[in-house]
Design a protein around this ligand. Sequence first.
Ligand code: BEZ
Length: 258
Amino acid sequence: MNSTKFENQWNAELYDSKHSYISELATDLVELLSPKPGEYILDLGCGTGHLTHKIASKGAAVIGIDSAPTMIEQACQNYRQLDFTVVDARNLPFTEKFDAVFSNAVLHWIQEAEEVVVGINRALKPGGRFVAEFGGKGNVKAIVSAIYNAVQTAGYPADAALNPWYFPSIAEYGSLLEKHGLQLTFATLFERPTLLEDGEQGMQNWLKMFANSFFSELSLENQMSILADIENQLRPALYKDGNWFADYRRIRVIAMKV
Ligand code: BEZ
């Protein structure tokens, strides 16, 4: 382990062991996708492959892609019978190949949303569907605000460039889809307070895994005091009966290629 920095952001083992709720909470998203035997489906941002497997279990053919080689390695180990490959979602290399493109909890990591949407549209067969869930406008608002407060209290500037996330409104994302030939047929934005695993450690685990970009250039000592400050700020709102909750707010969309 690196002694001066937090763990790699995409530590697949940690992702599987401490953040399994990510795929567990999306089971009904697979129901919204409604995969059928004979269909070919792209799982965009498959992580360690659990939802790819769920889609395959409905009888569809599926390929899982992710930009992180560590995730793809773990997905291949988890499900040897399935197809996984490393691909950058900003540069999808597929043309009219899929009946559906599915994506859970990944599109909020990609600021270049337009490049992704163009690639999804190109990858779909005419009449194909795009079904996705990710962080929407206002997602983790309390956490982001506590991070910036703590960073500033420690004497650093609140640098917006360190924020890696894209959390669009329905209107913003719907317009983007329609601009690129994907007709929005369903959209919702909803609160999903999410239990973080590991009791008292839950918020620190989450921050180290997902919010690493805000702190990675700071000394270990400063990182530790900033994390403690963030926890203190969030405890009244997001800690209850020995557990931490993240103030997730999700956007779900279905769009058809016209
Ligand atoms: C989310 O799933 O909403 C999320 C995960 C990590 C960082 C930010 C948001």
